[in-house]
Design a protein around this ligand. Structure first.
Ligand SMILES: Nc1ncnc2c1ncn2[C@@H]1O[C@H](COP(=O)(O)OP(=O)(O)OP(=O)(O)O)[C@@H](O)[C@H]1O
Ligand SMILES: [Mg+2]
Length: 259
């Protein structure tokens, strides 16, 4: 099978007391092995909800999800956890590194959780993953001794160490400056070229632009599925998302001014 992700009419309702939040209202798409995809949409549109479902961190209210040929709803929790650990590498906006552990120890951690791998091999594999993200010289540094971009590279190495088939990143560049964001996207692109399926969630058009396929969601529905190269016909000016960006600026200002 060449399909990595097949979701069919996926729905997720959150129940909050008397209220129901329909975060995903019937989403269907297929992502093949080796694709490089951006999932984009405004805040609250359901991106993280979708990522949690794709990442087997949450289960859908209705609909079906097949991950690399496995029917996710039918797996029991223990098997699902094993599938998640082996098949998926996660990268988040806040790097979620252990502050007191070195880069090498952070990256080796998933191998320790997995069990059955001797310490020497864990270290060798963690070192290889750090080399792969260009941090061979920084293995003994703790997170506070690394830049934001380097910390995200450590987090990516940690996601890679189990040799996942799928790399899932939720706003991986959200805490980084523009230049560092481009470097991180370049790294994802390199990994994709080696055959890894990469799915990046973002609300930054510049980030989405570096992938090859764009899935856009709004209000819990898939509204666009196009090759990224054709997504913004006017030379990369992401008209559809400009209002969302404009909205964010005054908010930040508001936080800074009171004194
Ligand atoms: N655990 C939860 N309980 C209740 N409602 C939730 C929960 N998680 C998300 N929601 C709601 O579901 C909707 C989709 O949220 P989600 O986090 O998926 O959006 P998002 O696209 O990731 O937004 P952002 O860009 O801000 O991260 C929102 O209306 C949100 O308030
Ligand atoms: Mg989110």
């Amino acid at each position: 099978m060449n399909d990595m992700i097949v979701v069919n009419d996926l729905r997720r309702v959150y129940y909050m007391g008397e209220f129901e939040v329909h975060a995903l209202r019937g989403v269907s798409f297929t992502i093949k092995r080796g694709e490089f995809v951006a999932i984009m949409g405004p805040s609250g549109s359901g991106k993280s909800t979708l990522m949690n479902l794709i990442g087997c961190l949450d289960t859908a209210t209705a609909g079906s999800y097949t991950l690399d040929g496995l029917p996710v709803e039918e797996l029991d929790p223990a098997l699902l956890a094993a599938v998640r650990n082996r098949k998926i590498g996660f990268v988040f906006q806040q790097f979620h590194l252990l502050a007191r552990a070195t880069a090498l120890q952070n990256v080796a951690l998933p191998l320790a959780y997995r069990g059955g791998i001797p310490a020497k091999e864990r270290t060798a594999r963690a070192a290889a993953a750090l080399e792969r993200v260009g941090l061979g010289e920084r293995m003994d540094h703790k997170p506070h001794e690394l830049s934001g971009g380097q910390q995200q590279r450590v987090a990516i190495a940690r996601a890679l160490v189990n040799q996942p088939a799928l790399l899932l990143a939720d706003e991986p560049t959200g805490a980084l400056d523009t230049k560092t964001s481009a470097e991180i996207m370049g790294l994802f692109s390199d990994l994709n070229r080696t055959g890894m399926t990469v799915v990046v969630i973002t609300h930054e058009p510049d980030v989405a632009h570096q992938t090859r396929r764009l899935l856009e969601i709004r209000d819990g529905l898939l509204v666009r599925d196009v090759p990224t190269a054709t997504a913004w016909p006017h030379d990369g000016v992401p008209v559809s998302l400009a209002p969302a960006n404009r909205r964010r600026l005054p908010l930040r200002k508001m936080w800074r001014t009171p004194r």
